[in-house]
Design a protein around this ligand. Sequence first.
Ligand code: HEM
Length: 395
Amino acid sequence: MSEPTGTDEAGGPSPAPPPINDVRTPGPVVRARMLSGDVGYAVTRAAEAQHVLCDPAFSSAATFLPRAPAEPREPVGSSRVLFEMDPPEHTRLRRAVAQAFNRRRVEAMGAGIEEVVDGLLDETAAAGPPADLVQTLCAPLPLTDICELLGVPREDRYSFRGWAETIMALRGHSPREIDRARAAIQRYFADLVAARRADPADDLVSELLTARDREERITEAELVRLAITLLIAGHGPTMNQLARSVYALLTRPEMYAALHRDPELVTTAVEELLRTVPSVPVATPRLALRDVEIGGVPIPAGSTVAVSSLAANRDPALFTDPEVTDLGRTENRHLTFGYGPHFCVGAQLARTELRTALAALTRRFPDLRLAVPPEAVRWRTDSLFHGPVELPVTW
Ligand code: HEM
């Protein structure tokens, strides 16, 4: 879609719509440029955001059709992943994941996550200072945890990281490289599923196989795709959220010191950092299936509509002093994990990882600081996830 050239109230050319990741003022709805380059609508106020994320008039599935039409042309197919589905297909798969990825399983991972964090921080301490925390902590932690959850042997996790990063990067990799990485992960999980079918273990893939057998409509191919979705969705957002959170704390050293002094603060601090510096600033775009109105703004059928959690998280209707970062904030219904039927499946795991990592980091490295000026840190700008490329620190 080419960009519309409108006029402003004074009759002059209107400014180009801002990139979706930069929209941060609660609106309720503004024109914005999506990562794809298309111009669509950004929903920026909390109430309207929650509405869009629950209303079937806004389809996830239709967004992924080759030339997204106003009405889906085909039933939502089994070749899609959770993000790309609408009910009832979505409901069926989602139920299976929720059953397997339950609270008990995540709680049982708690001690293991602590152990992984401690091991990574031991290695960081032994090799530094300085260190790049993205490499030594933020990237390996979620990857190790998700591999643990899925039952992927640790020795395979470096190959996984390469594949997952290639698939998620929107630029910098040729379509061929992306296809190759997809195929490699696909093959790996097909083998893993076959191995668990022959010899079940206490892991998520084995549990999903049980769900598959209960819910016979889940195919083995869908199960492989679910595992891949969890791997990819469980890695990038958490890695970037941890890195963004540490950067935010180090650029406000009084906040880092407060966490060191009062470790109990970590639970609310993690939520406040999710609210103010979200690694996923925008939920997956939806397609309007009919003409609709959001917050008084008419949206034509076929428009791309994206919820900006970054902006909605600053809505004064929902948050007192929204621009203030208050690590002790208790009322914090941010939208960083989404809302409604597609609400993040891994929210509880991500929270546990973030709390464990920030608590251990502030405890073990009370004098941690950036090793470069804050403005020298490079940021990912071309990805679904927002975060520093490297985080050079010293102590
Ligand atoms: C800080 C870390 C994370 C953030 C900020 C985050 C954010 C989100 C958001 C905004 C959505 C909703 C997207 C939409 O409405 O279209 C979502 C969905 C999802 N997330 Fe997360 N996520 C995080 C960590 C994880 C982890 C650790 C996992 C898995 C291990 C995970 C797995 C998923 C899956 C499978 C979905 C799709 C759910 C569905 O469509 O029903 N996420 N996440």
